[in-house]
Design a protein around this ligand. Structure first.
Ligand code: HEC
Ligand code: HEC
Length: 228
């Protein structure tokens, strides 16, 4: 039986390190839903079907919420906010973690337990949630960050982020992900990963990040955190 909840449970059991995370934010009251859901689910055809938001919520609450927050608004800088992201972008990331095209030990483990339908369900549910705004923290860097975001650095062929991710950072569905309000630590880490090749699932972003130095990454990531 390919029961979603069962595989998620298996994933949790197989990753003992997770239990410390789960203790924090997981909602035990809702976790029970995940056990009830699959019986109904087994009959539904997987791929062509519309996303099942009820199943998406149950799985998200049982597994993903521990790190990404109950409503996808992660409160932990290392874990990205997923709320209000474009669902197609999240599905792409989950598929690429599963395929090993985007490398991260934690997420590759979780994505491996998800079918295409599961990915769609959790992605559409998480992205249906309202994103909470974030804030810039580094006052001295914000002008530099804004300049890069809006105008790029033309003499070094660094393009304006706004050109693809939109002036408000909402992105353009479904091609360019939403960035606004994201934790600056996460954004800076991803830019560094694109630059050093750790994250190699987007040629466009590899080219953008290749020319950014550490200070510029910090500045633009901090600006993005406060963007709305
Ligand atoms: C133990 C903590 C943890 C759990 C539980 C977890 N994640 Fe993650 N997630 C992370 C981390 C850390 C990253 C950033 C990884 C990287 O740098 O690529 C991430 C990244 C992601 C991304 C990429 C986001 C982006 O903006 O590119 C998606 C999508 C995602 N997680 C979905 C999920 C889903 C769905 C679940 C539940 C099935 C889940 N995660 C469970 C820690 C977690
Ligand atoms: C030519 C278009 C383009 C430009 C210009 C661009 N990006 Fe991107 N960016 C993308 C695409 C496409 C993705 C999605 C990559 C994927 O599918 O994994 C992305 C993804 C990202 C991500 C990962 C988001 C996440 O949730 O993990 C970050 C961070 C990012 N871009 C920051 C920037 C910054 C900062 C700039 C400006 C310095 C910039 N981008 C300029 C196209 C662009």
């Amino acid at each position: 039986m390919k029961l979603f909840a069962t595989s998620l449970l298996a994933a949790l059991l197989a990753l003992p390190a997770m239990s410390s995370f789960a203790a924090g934010e997981a909602a035990p009251a809702d976790a029970g839903q995940a056990h009830a859901a699959p019986a109904v689910a087994a009959a539904a055809p997987a791929m062509a079907a519309k996303p099942d938001l009820v199943k998406g919520e149950a799985s998200f609450t049982a597994v993903c919420a521990a790190c990404h927050g109950a409503d996808g608004n992660s409160g932990t800088p290392a874990y990205p906010k997923l709320s209000q992201q474009h669902p197609e972008y999240l599905v792409k990331q989950l598929q690429e973690y599963k395929a090993g095209k985007r490398k991260n030990a934690i997420m590759q483990g979780f994505a491996a337990t998800l079918s295409d339908a599961d990915m769609k369900n959790v992605a559409y549910w998480a992205t249906s949630k309202q994103a909470k705004p974030g804030f810039s923290k580094e006052k001295e860097l914000v002008t530099l960050g804004e300049r890069i975001y809006r105008g790029g650095i033309s003499d070094r062929q660094i393009p304006a982020c706004a050109g693809c991710h939109s002036p408000t950072g909402r992105g353009i569905p479904s091609q360019y992900p939403r960035l606004s309000g994201q934790h600056s630590e996460y954004t800076a880490a991803q830019l560094t990963y694109f630059r050093d090749g750790t994250r190699s699932n987007s040629l466009q972003m590899t080219q953008v990040a290749a020319k950014l130095n550490d200070k510029e990454i910090r500045a633009v990531a901090d600006y993005i955190a406060g963007l709305r």
